[in-house]
Ligand binder design. Structure first.
Ligand SMILES: Nc1ncnc2c1ncn2[C@@H]1O[C@H](COP(=O)(O)OP(=O)(O)OP(=O)(O)O)[C@@H](O)[C@H]1O
Ligand SMILES: [Mg+2]
Length: 335
């Protein structure tokens, strides 16, 4: 059994359209699991379901063997940092971080040590007496994180917690989050629509689209073995061909991929050879210099092929080339 199990979750806001439908998701103990997907696909809604902020019309949520489906939000003991991380403006940083502990009626004398430790972990020690408006965006974000973490939540829910930061701070903060999360071993669900951010810190990624999960795997698997064309494009595959071409080029289709409709390959994985040595030929129509490599658009009888190559001298526009698709770099997909 998994640590967290969401089963057949249905959610509607208007009693008509299902925003999430028949959605299943496992959360492993101690992992950082990301929900990734385009705006409006249901990521925040999913997080609200886990948090207990909205009711489902169907489905169950169990955590550590306990049915959480109807447990109200304040009894779930989860830490949350939402996109608009509202700190209490009239409370100092210390009191903001201590808030959850006081709510849980912790012994007064135990609070300073716990708050101090978490502030140190989040890199905001020294700011105890300041008010939120006297902090930078990044510092506020850290206070919000410390406030969520100090209660040692069973589950940490983060909804685009870095969205208001500049690029540099974002990169810095995401490694702090990863470090803190690992140090404390907190199971975390992290919502983002930034692919790079997501792949860099996640143990697993659930890719969502239109209220469904299209694929849930570790980042390496998604990168090398995307489940569908949308995800394949998302992780950098170009050059989608009908499966019939694979047969014409005598490529091997593994037993598990016999029902594939398409295959694809990354531009940098195509090999260039002389036209006579390849079953697929084309004429270079566009050449773009990218510093490390050249990018080419090659017109073939299968349409335009995107090719990226470090080969020197560069291929001239107008030249006819042969294209080879190394078997190990092909991905077969069925939808
Ligand atoms: N309170 C609400 N009432 C009605 N519809 C809502 C409500 N909240 C969200 N929705 C709709 O539900 C869908 C999913 O919204 P959600 O906020 O979960 O998307 P998201 O994936 O978090 O998007 P984003 O990346 O933009 O934050 C959207 O179509 C949205 O318009
Ligand atoms: Mg959202």
């Amino acid at each position: 059994m998994h640590f967290g199990e969401l089963r057949q979750i249905d959610v509607t806001y208007d009693k008509k359209n299902l925003i999430l439908s028949d959605l299943n998701l496992d959360i492993h103990k101690g992992e950082l699991l990301s929900l990734l997907g385009p705006s409006g696909c249901g990521k925040t809604t999913m997080l609200r379901v886990i948090a207990g902020l909205i009711d489902t019309v169907g489905g169950t949520f169990t955590l550590d063997g306990k049915d959480m489906t109807h447990i109200p939000v304040h009894k779930r003991d989860f830490g949350m940092v939402f996109q608009s991380y509202a700190l209490f403006p009239h409370l100092t940083v210390f009191d903001n971080v201590a808030f959850g502990l006081r709510q849980r009626n912790l012994a007064k004398e135990d609070i300073p040590a716990l708050v101090g430790r978490m502030m140190e972990i989040c890199g905001i020690n020294g700011y105890e007496k300041r008010f939120p408006k006297q902090l930078s965006g990044g510092q506020r974000q850290r206070v919000a994180l410390a406030r969520a973490l100090v209660i040692e939540p069973k589950l940490l829910l983060l909804d685009e917690p870095l969205s208001n930061l500049d690029a540099q701070l974002r990169v810095q903060m995401r490694s702090s989050i990863k470090r803190i999360q690992q140090e404390l071993g907190i199971s975390t669900v992290f919502v983002t629509h930034d692919q790079e951010e997501c792949f860099s810190i996640s143990d697993r990624v659930a890719i969502m689209n239109k209220g469904k999960i299209e694929q849930c795997d570790d980042p390496q698997t998604i990168y090398s073995n995307p489940a569908c064309e949308t995800i394949a494009r998302f992780v950098g595959f170009r050059n989608f061909f009908p499966i019939e071409l694979a047969k014409r080029l005598n490529l091997t289709i593994s037993k598990t991929k016999q029902h594939a409709k398409l295959f694809c390959i990354r531009p940098e994985k195509i090999e260039v050879t002389s036209p006579a040595k390849a079953s697929l030929q084309g004429v270079v129509e566009v050449r773009t210099y990218l510093g490390e490599s050249y990018q080419y658009e090659v017109q073939t009888d299968q349409g335009m092929v995107a090719l990226s190559s470090t080969l020197l001298p560069a291929i001239a526009v107008g030249e006819t080339v042969g294209l080879l698709f190394p078997q190990e770099n092909l991905v077969f997909i069925d939808r």
